[in-house]
Design a protein around this ligand. Sequence first.
Ligand SMILES: O=C(O)c1ccccc1N[C@@H]1O[C@H](COP(=O)(O)O)[C@@H](O)[C@H]1O
Length: 220
Amino acid sequence: MQIMNSPTRIKFCGITRTEDARFAAGLGVDAIGLVFTRRSRRFVGITQARTIRRALPLFVSTVALFMDDEPGWIEEVIAEVQPDLLQFHGGEAAGFAASFARPYIKAVPMASVTDVATYASQHPNAAGFLLDSHTGGATGGTGEAFDWTRAPRQLGRPVVLAGGLDAQNVAQAIALVRPYAVDVSSGIETAPGIKSVAKMRAFVDAVRSVAPEPTHPAAR
Ligand SMILES: O=C(O)c1ccccc1N[C@@H]1O[C@H](COP(=O)(O)O)[C@@H](O)[C@H]1O
């Protein structure tokens, strides 16, 4: 008997509109990301973030994204928005990231990190690692992909694949990397922070077109 792994989870990042959050939830997306770093073109303030969060049904997670932000701001967002998970996208040290007593995922800048396992060992409390391109000093959410052959297949903790994914390339990326989840922002947009219904649907369809990898019971 073949045991199948779970299907690839999906996170839509950079949600700024309630209608996009609702549509994503209706597609069965597992998590949405709200960007709280003010340098981003997808920044959402607390009031809008709370409205979006309240519009989500049970079991759809909210991820709060920060990039080298002040601890006071992070604490305010946690208190006011109550995100399920934090995402640290900058050079945050392990002690800093863990100090907020919330599970967090750490972005790995694949443009500069050559050894993902060593990078991961420096964040022993991270719940998972999000591999992103981080090219040319840009803030993230740039729509640029990195060389997926550099992604580890086994890290001991969940790998979230990000960076330049869209409906056209995500199936190939999943087949190669077999990540726990995929994360997309630009690839489902018509403009920064404005998601497209057609692109969101096409992305989810493309992810679901990839059959989960069969696993031998002894390998579980
Ligand atoms: O989305 C942003 O504006 C953003 C700002 C600062 C740091 C990270 C950001 N987004 C993250 O970048 C990845 C890749 O985005 P894309 O699909 O290539 O546009 C995305 O998963 C977000 O988590």
